[in-house]
Design a protein around this ligand. Sequence first.
Ligand code: PLP
Length: 390
Amino acid sequence: MRVYLDNNATTKIDPLVKVKMQPFFEELYGNPNSLHAYGMEVRPHLNEALGAVYDALNIPDEDDVLITSCATESNNSVLKGVFFKHILTNPDKNHIVTTAVEHPSVLETLLFLEEHGVRVTFVDVDENGGVSAQAVKDAVTDQTILISMMWANNETGMIFPVAEVAKFAREKGILFHTDAVQAIGKLPVDLKKVRVDYLTLSAHKFHGPKGIGALYVRKGCELPNLFHGGEQMGGKRAGTLNVPYIVGMGLAIRQAVNHVEVMNTQVRALRDELEDALAKIPDTFIVGPRHMRTPNTILLSIRGVEGEAMLWDLNRAGIAASTGSACASESLHANPVMSAIGQDPELAHTAIRLSLSRFTTLEEVEYTIEVFTKAVERLRSISSTYGYKG
Ligand code: PLP
């Protein structure tokens, strides 16, 4: 049996999305900027896909959605765009507030900007992996130009107080960006209710294709172009549009939003069943109260069991899990969010993330419980030689 429980890293393409994309690799391959029939016939499909993004997030018509190649590009565009537009021209406002547990596409970009004179405050997480709105507010100074805070964390699934901080930022005249990659399709995201200035999304996290994403930009908060070239996207982001993937993203986001309810009932129930079973294993630590997490995610740590060793055992039984962010998975490492929580250094090395999707079945969950429990027994019996006391 093969079980995929690494849906926070990437998801499988929704079969309907795959079917929808197919004609755009075959007969509908024109460049939408061309003035002949081949070009013109794909334009309505692009408009439909863009419209689906507006509908899914309830985006006001006057605001902008830029198509990007991924969430990493969207995050870079906001942070570097704010640097070019605001910080370079007014160095008195050179402070950015973020959290210590953002995705590397935010953290690394901010470390790069620090080398160029930007001051950054990385707000710590609490013992649950949560971020308090007050801690973010307290980090703000008269020099703060931007707050960048993710909607939900990719490692723990913890949901951050985006609505409250966005409101605060607005009142203070500070720009607000949220990386909503892990929220879309799992939580309601309504941009008429939660008034952010920038929002990042990525299609492959909600059963769309990899290599396509978007950046929402509120009217009045436009940023300088980072990709100069042709007239695509109204000249705001040059480069020939990836039509099949944009069309795929359009249907995927529609489907994702239509399944938020399913995620919060059926998938949540499966996640809870898995979590309840794993929590019975002695010396298990689960990060964050589950009502404060996205409905599909568990980050847990089992004393005496190396995360990578566990992954290996699971993988041999056909189960895909993760020790944390896929972007850091090529070397043995401590889970960065576990490290940021800072409870016990050992926990960071014993972290396992299990993330479900709407395609996960009860049979798969039951099989995982069985394999996981046996793997813990096996690995503990090996590691007892090296000091595990049980
Ligand atoms: N932001 C978050 C919260 C993520 O989980 C990820 C992917 O792991 C990214 C950004 C980067 O997404 P992409 O692969 O589309 O660049």
